[in-house]
Design a protein around this ligand. Structure first.
Ligand code: SME
Length: 162
């Protein structure tokens, strides 16, 4: 990242996400592009993936979609499990600065220190979420949160217009 400030970097990546949105032909392509972009450009975003609610599943279940980073054992997550379940069931962004202190945390990698999970809304309802893990503690400040929420919104709008 050199001398570039965090704000400049976030701004640059936000513009790149907007560009991806204008180029992607489908919501699926956009989701894949966002995982690649965030994982490559944001150096502390070590695992980046989408979990989407399985259509018609009872009980509701989050299913792993596009992701970048190490393989995870958590490919299906119930809404009462993990930080992922908490974000999807509350419809709120969850930021955890130290995963070892959060009893909800489902471990994907021993290296993970902090996590952010942002719901994806489609027509006002949670349809899934964008999950990011970092090998660094407290990696997700307010600028990161805004960036990740922006990316989740792009996907939500795209899914609405399907
Ligand atoms: N840590 C998540 C599980 C998914 S992995 O991070 C990829 C959780 O606690 O829900």
């Amino acid at each position: 990242m050199g001398t570039k400030s965090k704000t400049d970097k976030v701004d640059e990546v936000r513009k790149a996400a907007a560009h991806l949105n204008s180029e992607a032909r489908t919501a699926d392509q956009l989701m894949e592009g966002i995982t690649l972009l965030l994982n490559k450009q944001m150096l502390k975003y070590n695992w980046v993936g989408f979990y989407m609610l399985e259509p018609g599943a009872d009980p509701p279940t989050l299913v792993l979609g596009h992701y970048q980073g190490a393989m995870t054992p958590h490919t299906r997550i119930a809404l009462n499990q993990g930080i992922c379940g908490a974000a999807a069931s509350s419809g709120k962004t969850v930021v955890v600065d130290d995963v070892t202190k959060d009893p909800r945390y489902l471990a994907c990698s021993l290296e993970t220190k902090s996590e952010i999970v942002v719901p994806v809304f489609v027509s006002g309802k949670v349809a899934g979420e964008l999950d990011i893990d970092s090998h660094f503690p407290a990696a997700f400040a307010s600028a990161d949160r805004e960036l990740v929420e922006y990316c989740a919104q792009l996907v939500g709008k795209r899914l609405e217009n399907k």
